[in-house]
Design a protein around this ligand. Sequence first.
Ligand SMILES: NC(=O)c1ccc[n+]([C@@H]2O[C@H](COP(=O)([O-])OP(=O)(O)OC[C@H]3O[C@@H](n4cnc5c(N)ncnc54)[C@H](OP(=O)(O)O)[C@@H]3O)[C@@H](O)[C@H]2O)c1
Length: 430
Amino acid sequence: MAEPIKIGLLGMGVVGTGVLENLAENQEKLTNQIGRSLTVTKAFVRPSKEKERLAEKFDLTLVYEVEEILQDSEIAIVIETMGTIEPAKAYISASLKAGKHVVTANKDLLATHGTELIELAAENQVNLYYEASVAGGIPILRTLATSFAGDNISKVLGIVNGTTNFMLTKMVQEQRTYQDTLDEATALGFAESDPTNDVDGIDAAYKMVILSKFAFGMTITMDQMTIRGIRGLSAEDVAVAGKLGYAVKLIGSAIKINDSIHTEVGPVLVPKNHPLAAVQNEYNAVFVESSGIGESMYYGPGAGGRPTGTSIVADLAAIAQEIENGTTGRPFSPYQQELKLTPKDQIINSYFFSLEMPDHSGQFLKLAEIFTKLDAGFEQVSQAKGDGEKARVVIITHPISETTYAEIQNQIQLKTKFKFISSMKVMEEK
Ligand SMILES: NC(=O)c1ccc[n+]([C@@H]2O[C@H](COP(=O)([O-])OP(=O)(O)OC[C@H]3O[C@@H](n4cnc5c(N)ncnc54)[C@H](OP(=O)(O)O)[C@@H]3O)[C@@H](O)[C@H]2O)c1
């Protein structure tokens, strides 16, 4: 039997431990396929009794100085599961420069510094793989890079944040408030103590940067995206949407229009008969439309040590195979095109508007005038009975451009004193 391929692990938390468990459980199968075993010899951690216990269990050496991995010439692959930008970026860069392949689950880092790291990997003829960075246990990136290599993708829609999907499921199914579901998500360990990245759509946006690259070969930056989360979403709006036949979901979308793309994250009214509406609780899904395959959806756990660890081990196996074949150095997604962003007047959608207005005659007319002047027709209107002072009005428009949508909001602010409660995109019926 050939020598094992030696691996260094940076960070041994939820995902790092999941990797070790997966490797231990599947070593025989991996060796059978690759012809060599994959062995984590060293883990870089901060001292703790728990880490010592894990080191013993998985028969590895703990190191407290990262250089002990970066300068170990026997280590061929480094797994980074520490998270956040620094020092992860510095350690990954040093690993690549030292000729080591890198596997990471770090979407924050890939979405913000991916181009630089991908270039660095290419310069050093090593691999940088990150299947686990999007939708944890769903093998979506490699699928887009390989199975769609000869297909023309027009749309990628993702429920790629488990925390917010859990919260929205509870809001829809159990008529609970935003805060109540956030508290439960926190208690169950889905949401961080600071939930900003989840509820404000930032985590989903990181993943859409990566998905856009794999689907369309274009590298978009976070500041080129419209990012809206679900913070403060009203339970009443979720209930009204339900009565109108929609589930509210936090959707990341990357859509190709002619030769340009539009990528965004925001709460969307999803028709109940759309497959994405059936994705419940902390589960994730990525829905792809392409000219060859047509519609396909990839569904599964978006997080968790074992699912995410499985994706990392799949990356390790792919690298090991390339080491054996002498074919390392190719980018994870070789498809590359110049970024072209879709102009706002070409982005067409129906919208949901929820407003509070004084509950007396003539008020709705003011609203109708604004919409009519901007050529925005109503598809559905629902008016909840007011308390005599205020009435809640919900409108779903016919398809309008993003420019018209912005102007409607502007005009409502300028010409009325109506309280804007929310506005969301409405996904078209299937
Ligand atoms: N959790 C998931 O389901 C999931 C899914 C997809 C992707 N990811 C990504 O996977 C990565 C890891 O997530 P996780 O959930 O495993 O996080 P975690 O449980 O907090 O683990 C991170 C580990 O890294 C260690 N660490 C952080 N900074 C360090 C430093 N400067 N020096 C030494 N050790 C350091 C921490 O050590 P201490 O224990 O001493 O704090 C901790 O053990 C992140 O990039 C995350 O976005 C996670």
